[in-house]
Design a protein around this ligand. Structure first.
Ligand code: MN
Length: 257
């Protein structure tokens, strides 16, 4: 049986995903559902599994990878006023697009040309790392939100947070403190190690936990471009309001993997 490489498939499938209401189960680079709707797959009679696998293998083999802007799982104005339409127009529409365009130009003719973003984030250095990790980070970041979010974790994640930070409130306080205290541009992350132990890590610039062998669960972008339109210089207000749009249903799913 053919094992699919959804990581490689994702940029291709994302271009199709508004053409069909039906979903196909799998995982994208960041483990979310963007890849889910592929009209091509729907053309296979009875969703025959081996036929689907063969088709996807062919697509994967023929694919010349170009990274594309991943679709947002909500409308541009859906998170306002916590995160305004104007912020998303710039942050998602322009900053993220620029990282993706830079990356596509930088990887031409290099060993990174057909590599998924996650692998680039682990293996690359210099400009390819900066743009590749930023492309991954932002996709992950924008997919953490919902206009109707689950406001707190339950189950295994809730238990792990309690075990490793004392309580959910104590976690939010530590995470917020790290995000507010990070000097300059960067990201603060909640991540899990291989044993499921949770840690908070702050990284400068494009830094993310993948390079350290950790599994990212939640990240907050504290580059000024992420909050200056809505909060001006008040990073603490941005961090406080961040909690009102984080969808813990998404974070729970990431933890389960
Ligand atoms: Mn950003």
């Amino acid at each position: 049986r053919v094992k699919l490489n959804f990581k490689q498939l994702h940029p291709f499938v994302s271009g199709f995903n508004r053409q069909s209401d039906k979903t196909f189960p799998g995982r994208s680079t960041i483990g979310e559902e963007w890849y889910g709707n592929c009209s091509l797959i729907e053309t296979i009679p009875n969703k025959n599994e081996s036929a689907m696998n063969s088709l996807l293998l062919i697509i994967n083999t023929l694919l010349i990878m170009t990274h594309t802007l991943p679709p947002l799982p909500y409308a541009m104005d859906a998170l306002a006023p916590k995160m305004s339409k104007e912020t998303l127009e710039y942050h998602y529409g322009k900053h993220l697009q620029t990282y993706i365009d830079n990356l596509n130009n930088l990887i031409k003719g290099t060993p990174y040309e057909n590599m998924p973003l996650e692998e680039i984030s682990v293996k690359a250095d210099g400009p390819i790392y900066n743009n590749g990790a930023q492309a991954w980070n932002h996709a992950f970041f924008f997919n953490s939100f919902s206009p109707t979010p689950k406001s707190a974790p339950e189950g295994a994640l809730a238990e792990a947070i309690k075990r490793d930070f004392g309580s959910f409130d104590a976690f939010k306080e530590q995470f917020g403190k790290a995000a507010i205290g990070l000097f300059g541009s960067g990201w603060t992350w909640l991540a899990a190690d291989k044993n499921g132990k949770l840690v908070i890590v702050s990284e400068s610039n494009a830094g993310n936990p993948l390079k350290k062998g950790l599994i990212p669960l939640l990240g907050i972008d504290v580059w000024e471009h992420s909050y200056y339109i809505d909060y001006r210089n008040r990073r603490a207000d941005y961090v406080k309001n961040f909690w009102d749009i984080v969808d813990w249903k998404v974070i729970e799913k990431r933890f389960k993997k």
